[in-house]
Write a protein that binds this ligand. Structure first.
Ligand SMILES: Nc1ncnc2c1ncn2[C@@H]1O[C@H](COP(=O)(O)OP(=O)(O)OP(=O)(O)O)[C@@H](O)[C@H]1O
Ligand SMILES: [Mg+2]
Length: 217
């Protein structure tokens, strides 16, 4: 799906978190969103996820206008987006495999295909030996790969990754970015990743959307 922001503003009381933001991201692009803390990066991702509503302006996900679309259309669109966060957000009393099963259940993935889909994504992120463990038993790099497996499981058109390397050491950060790059190339999945890591941004040579105090630079 193509993602379009058209003159989007987001205010929180007197804080103007995003100001007059317009851009388009085509299906299959790999885009970094950069900017200092407080620049509005997470706010931008939350708007795409429809977790926040813009104060003004228009957001289109494919054919669906988030402010005009009906609930079903918006929910269906939301199900085409996988998310990865800095703090993983895995459910602590479920194993890695159960965490992935849960999301597949939520999106009504065909029951008879759930196990093979889990096997597939576990393999893609190389967590075969960790699948029956709980999040507390995994290292950070493994946790983030588990979170990526969960995002991937639903066969998303888009993956939003908010500072996914924020808690990882350099080696694990690179591994994760490499995986994202592979997914992008192999499946034509759009990847939108926020980061403070300039080394990664520079060496990847991908498009960068830079924010400064809520404005596009
Ligand atoms: N729910 C909220 N209520 C009030 N203000 C908010 C809310 N969410 C974000 N803000 C404000 O909006 C601005 C942008 O925040 P945002 O979290 O998008 O920044 P960010 O670029 O993701 O920063 P970081 O790099 O630290 O994650 C900040 O000034 C923040 O305080
Ligand atoms: Mg943020």
């Amino acid at each position: 799906m193509k993602i379009v922001f058209d003159q989007v503003d987001k205010k929180f009381g007197i804080v103007n978190a995003l100001k007059d933001i317009s851009f388009e991201i085509d299906q299959g692009e790999f885009v970094f969103i950069t900017g200092n803390s407080g620049a509005g990066k997470s706010t931008l991702l939350k708007l795409i996820l429809n977790q926040l509503k813009p104060s003004s302006g228009k957001i289109l996900l494919g054919d669906v206008d988030l402010s005009l679309g009906n609930k079903d259309d918006i929910n269906n669109t939301r199900r085409k987006i996988g998310v990865v966060f800095q703090d993983y957000q895995l459910i602590s009393d479920k194993t890695i495999e159960e965490n992935i099963a849960l999301i597949l259940d939520i999106v009504n993935y065909p029951k008879e295909k759930i196990q093979s889909r889990i096997d597939q994504v576990i393999k893609e992120v190389n967590l075969g030996t960790r699948r029956f463990l709980f999040p507390s038993q995994l290292a950070g790099g493994e946790l983030q790969r588990a979170a990526l497996a969960r995002a991937l499981a639903i066969e998303p058109e888009v993956i939003l990754a908010d500072e996914p390397t924020g808690n990882l050491d350099p080696e694990n950060s690179w591994n994760l970015v490499k995986l994202l790059k592979e997914i992008n190339q192999k499946n034509n999945t759009t990847i939108i990743m926020t980061t403070h890591n300039n080394d990664i941004v520079e060496s990847m040579g991908k498009r960068v959307i830079k924010l400064k105090e809520g404005e596009l630079v």
